[in-house]
Design a binder for this molecule. Structure first.
Ligand SMILES: CC(C)(C)CCc1c(C(=O)O)[nH]c(=O)[nH]c1=O
Length: 312
């Protein structure tokens, strides 16, 4: 069908899925995604043990986006690993994404050892926005640390794995992170995570809108699309072809999906808008994207993936 895509030898019948963190924390959430038109699901980033996360209000949705400082609330790795293994037994031949975000390298390695030893055959999405040692920026912004983490992961992990990256804002950073990632047998790179440590103010109450971190949080939604497209394109132009790109950020409508694919994405993830609209989003986006493709004479996303034109 027109929206099928292939990553790491696995074919998905739809190139659209949820982004980690949004409506994917509970079994009920995940069951709804299984029943939906989404091509796959990703589970809420897991830590070794269940976490309550930050005190509320910890997320605020605006017309043009959202801000969140959830603090990794999740049911713990065992919960999600059990879910995806049960699901792959029920639906052999389907591939989904298990997201992990340890709050330390030791936690990430312990979780990956557990997954490696399990009968899970799907993808792992390693969240590199996870915190680093105190006083250092998040892992995704500490390139030496990214090297160290991936060296230690690929010392033992042999199942398909990708990394979730924060947004970069300097072309030299695209060069540097791509040069590192190209050294590893990654199945995919997911770009972007929310734009970190933004601040939303309520001028009426003269107060920030979320409790954690003095109101600082990650931004998602329409306002991040130009940054998301820049990162998808920047990585698509620099990463070796074996590494597929998952495009995330600022997708509200089918045309936004089209733009992400034009910039090089093989799969797209929707966060903020999925949080807003719920499961009907996937059917609406599939219809809108299919209409755009038909108007342009495309029968597969392969016809236009990565084919963004410049002026010269
Ligand atoms: C930011 C972390 C809490 C370290 C990771 C989890 C996460 C969160 C979160 O759980 O606060 N929110 C995001 O927008 N992106 C993320 O990757």
């Amino acid at each position: 069908n027109m929206l099928a895509t292939t990553i790491g030898g696995r074919t998905f019948n739809n190139c659209m899925m949820n982004a980690a963190g949004i409506r994917c924390q509970s079994k009920q959430d995940l069951d709804a995604l299984v029943q939906s038109d989404a091509g796959a699901y990703v589970t809420k980033s897991a830590t070794p043990q269940k976490r309550a996360g930050n005190p509320s209000p910890r997320m605020h949705t605006l017309p043009h986006g959202s801000i969140n400082s959830m603090g990794l609330p999740n049911n713990g790795l065992d919960y999600y690993l059990n879910y995806v293994i049960a699901d792959q037994q029920k639906r052999p031949g389907t591939t989904n994404f298990l997201s992990v975000a340890g709050t330390s390298l030791a936690d990430n390695l312990a979780m990956l050892h557990q997954i490696q030893a399990s009968e899970y055959t799907g993808f792992v999405e390693l969240n590199l926005s996870c915190p680093n040692v105190p006083g250092k920026p998040q892992v995704g912004y500490d390139f030496d640390r990214v090297h160290t983490v991936l060296d230690q992961v690929f010392d033992f992990y042999t199942k398909p794995l990708g990394v979730k990256l924060p947004p970069y804002f300097d072309l030299v950073h695209f060069d540097q992170i791509a040069a590192i990632l190209n050294q590893y047998p990654l199945t995919f790179v997911n770009s972007i995570n929310s734009i970190g440590n933004a601040l939303v103010v309520d001028p009426q109450s003269e107060q920030v809108v979320i409790r954690p971190k003095g109101g600082y949080g990650g931004i998602g939604g329409a306002s991040v699309k130009p940054t998301a497209l820049a990162n998808v394109r920047g990585l698509a132009l620099r990463l070796k072809p074996e590494i597929a790109i998952v495009g995330t950020g600022g997708i509200l409508n089918g045309v936004d999906v089209f733009e992400h694919i034009l910039c090089g994405a093989s799969m797209v993830q929707i966060g903020t808008q999925f949080g807003y609209e719920g499961i009907p989003l996937f059917d609406r986006l599939a219809t809108e994207l299919t209409d755009i493709m038909k108007k342009k004479g495309y029968t597969s996303i392969d016809d236009f993936r990565g084919k963004l034109k410049t002026f010269d």
